[in-house]
Design a protein around this ligand. Structure first.
Ligand SMILES: Nc1ncnc2c1ncn2[C@@H]1O[C@H](COP(=O)(O)OP(=O)(O)OP(=O)(O)O)[C@@H](O)[C@H]1O
Ligand SMILES: Cc1ncc(CO)c(N)n1
Ligand SMILES: [Mg+2]
Length: 479
């Protein structure tokens, strides 16, 4: 079962200590009728066979209402009844091991109370996080407390949905509104109430009002439009979108282009580019910026001025010079301005081999030359450099030079001539990952995996070097 963000709006966790004359089944039915959106069975002191019986019976109730049913801690029970998911805490099994046992289909929830734990859980395959205790709680006295600021940081740092937990009541939940959570998880606010149905209804109504808005990381692309959709702005927007990042754009030029070449270029005026950048930065501030085709000096002036004015972060500069099809995309004198004004602002520069030759001034014929050129460029402009090996003969290995260190990112060369827009796509994938808060190495590693996946799809469109399938991971059913 795939978890939807909306499923986490009101997460009910069972607790026998509040049974109060009713059976667990009766209580659960009331909570579901009241509007609980997901249910977890949590039994701390029950023998296996009783736990199993109860799990079976509660699962049946959830199933008939189409509500995801999660088992706390006990992976054997979860597997035996084929529950929708399992939830583990930091003291329980490692999330990675749990994921290995349950496979891809079962939902995995992980408890976290710090940014580090949250990031690790996401990396280990968690589908959602339970973060708390956000208030002091009577149910779990040893729980670590999580401040509002930490909760917010966690929500910003991960792309999986987060549900808050710990001491949440109808009266105190309002303060969690803008933290970025998708919903709340409660025990006593439902099961310790006299009228469980009414209490759940009230929580649900308030949750719907408080948590219906969602934030997401934002990336801006400053680049040229490719009418054929495989490179430039279009590739950037597709890439950012499938990375779960909201894409904004400032267009430097329109190109009449297809897989066989660039027929003509219509450049944006510096004034108009400036207005686009003001519009973007003054409203939806991007967490990362990717810069692609910028053909003339005046446009470069505008970009560097605006990036400094708005203190832009995580700037990926793809020094686009010549398209895959061989057309020149930058004026000769603009290369000098690019070096002087944009490169020093970059967090990372992503030249291909011919571009690295122009920028470094040395010929690149071997991996040693790639190392030399990257060092010259990085030391000169005080930024990280990813020298892409797409143009080398035998492999597709990219070299990252950052903070004085080298790291190779190995890629098997895929026998696919349809490589239109690989550079644009890679730099946008890096920017997307940076926007999500990942570090540079991780951002490059994941971007490299993404581009290999997009190329491996073997999309074949157009008469020349065609585009890739940017959405290969989303539209698996068309494979
Ligand atoms: N045939 C291939 N198989 C595997 N990976 C490839 C292949 N071609 C390119 N890549 C990878 O794609 C990424 C983009 O590199 P490339 O050198 O093609 O950039 P580029 O020349 O700037 O692209 P563009 O033509 O869009 O400007 C790099 O990670 C590179 O290793
Ligand atoms: C608009 C645009 N930007 C970048 C490239 C580089 O591939 C391209 N072909 N077109
Ligand atoms: Mg390129």
């Amino acid at each position: 079962m795939k978890l939807d963000k909306k499923d986490l709006l009101l997460y009910a966790i069972t607790d026998r200590s509040w049974l109060n004359g009713m059976t667990m089944e009766e209580q659960l039915k009331e909570a579901i009728t009241g509007g609980a959106t997901i249910v977890q069975i949590r039994e701390k002191n029950m023998n296996y066979s009783d736990f199993l019986e109860e799990a079976k019976s509660l699962y049946k109730i959830c199933k008939s209402s189409n509500i995801p049913f999660i088992v706390n801690d006990n992976i054997d029970i979860a597997r035996e009844i084929n529950a929708d998911g399992i939830h583990v805490g930091q003291e329980d099994m490692d999330a990675k091991d749990v994921r290995a046992i349950i496979g891809d289909k079962m939902i995995l929830g992980v408890s976290a109370s710090t940014v580090e734990e949250a990031i690790k859980a996401e990396k280990n395959g968690a589908d959602y996080l339970g973060v708390g205790a956000v208030f002091s709680t009577s149910t779990k006295k040893d729980a670590d407390s999580v401040s509002y600021e930490e909760l917010k940081k966690i929500c910003d740092a991960v792309s999986i949905p987060v549900v808050a937990i710990g001491g949440i009541t109808y009266d105190n939940m309002d303060v969690l509104k803008d933290s970025g959570i998708c919903g709340i998880s409660v025990i006593s606010a439902i099961f310790a109430q006299n009228d469980i149905r009414k209490a759940t209804e009230n929580l649900k109504n308030k949750s719907e009002k408080l948590f219906k808005y969602h934030k997401m990381p934002v990336a801006l692309t400053i680049a040229g439009s490719d009418s054929s959709g495989g490179a430039g702005i279009q590739a950037d927007i597709k890439t950012m979108t499938v990375h779960g990042v909201f894409a904004e754009s400032a267009i430097t030029a329109l190109t009449a282009q297809n897989t066989t070449g660039v027929m003509s270029v219509f450049e944006s005026s510096p004034e108009f580019l400036s207005e686009q950048l003001d519009s973007v930065f003054s409203d939806i501030y991007p967490n990362a910026v990717k810069i692609g085709m910028v053909s003339s000096c005046n446009l470069i002036h505008v970009i560097s001025e605006k990036l400094r004015e708005y203190n832009a972060k995580n700037i990926v500069v793809d020094p686009v010079m010549i398209s895959t099809s061989g057309s020149r995309l930058i004026e000769e004198d603009a290369i000098k301005t690019l070096k002087e004004e944009l490169f020093p602002l970059a967090s990372v520069l992503t030249p291909n081999i011919p571009e690295a030759e122009v920028i470094s001034g040395i010929e690149i014929k071997s991996t040693e030359d790639m190392i030399k050129a990257s060092k010259i460029i990085g030391d000169n402009f005080k930024c990280a450099v990813l020298c892409k090996g797409g143009h080398s003969i035998n492999d597709a290995n990219d070299l990252l030079y950052s903070n004085g260190e080298f790291r190779w990112f190995y890629g098997k060369r895929i026998e696919n001539n349809n490589t239109h827009g690989t550079g644009c796509t890679l730099s946008s994938a890096i920017a997307s990952n940076l926007a999500k808060g990942k570090n540079l190495e991780m951002s490059v590693l994941e971007a490299k995996n993404y581009i290999s996946g997009a190329l491996s799809y073997m999309l074949d469109l157009g008469k020349g070097s065609g585009p890739m399938n940017h959405a290969f991971s989303v539209h698996g059913e068309y494979k």
